[in-house]
Write a protein that binds this ligand. Sequence first.
Ligand code: SAM
Length: 301
Amino acid sequence: MGTSVSRLQRKPSSLLPVQEKECDIDRSTLTTSSQHSDPPTSLENSNYWLPKTYEEQDRLMGQHFAIKELFGGNVLQNAARVLPLDEGVMVLDEMATDYPNCEVYGIDIYPTYPQTIRPPNSVFMLADAIDGLPFADNSFDLVQVRLMVAAFKVEDWPRVIADCVRILKPGGVLQMIEPDYRDSGGGACQLLVRTLIQVCEQRGQNPRIGSCLETLMRRAGLLILDRMARELDHAHGGKLVAEWTYDWRSIAATSRPLFEQTIGLSGDKYTAFLKDIEPSMKQYHFKSFGYAVTGRKPMVL
Ligand SMILES: C[S@@+](CC[C@H](N)C(=O)[O-])C[C@H]1O[C@@H](n2cnc3c(N)ncnc32)[C@H](O)[C@@H]1O
């Protein structure tokens, strides 16, 4: 990890996983007062609410590199140790360039992946993970599920994880990386994270899913290899903080139509809110939280 990662502060007390019951299908822990009981969705039959614009694709690309830096690579350390990634294994993810000897599959409900210019060792398939992964049992050495907080409902997570375990070979690894959206800071940055929490909860999603990953993976029978909890204080300087501050501001910009409606701010007021995000993060010591966990499928389940 680079020097900027050392700015991350490990504070075990605030990074302890949430109470186990918060990871269950207990809607009472998720329901908050909401201004809009019938929120719009971005795709018919899909719960996914982040936009599919070029700006959002750019944000996700930047976020990909910020995640890599935050967790020290594309595959967490202990998982990389048990998988012969350089020799080539079967991967369900988007790591084709990092591991040219691997056969890499990726799925999405949108046809976002380029059909012509793409690494030759990658295959993209249109599929909805909630309907069941379109792969045979015991197919993959590594499966990654990442940044699906805005896609899966609380009750989808155990089903999707069980399906990942099904398609993993015995001894294969599931890697999961998700944020933990928690109330933090003050002013514009606090309004932003509260809006994200509200939008997730309105859709039956768990904004704190990052802190539930380990519990859910253990319950699915996986043997935990890596667990990394990261807390980033946006009042600190450095490249990593700058990347994540940019990501927060970008999500507010790319999700503007939905957030304007949720917050009840529009036009110049929303533009002023966007401008205030970065200074308020510094002023109020806004904190971002993220979790990365890997778990191995036992040789005999
Ligand atoms: C925030 S992006 C993360 C993309 C990628 N996993 C990453 O880590 O960069 C979430 C992606 O999941 C896709 N998605 C949403 N719901 C899905 C579902 N039910 N099954 C498969 N993909 C889904 C979205 O279209 C979007 O491209």
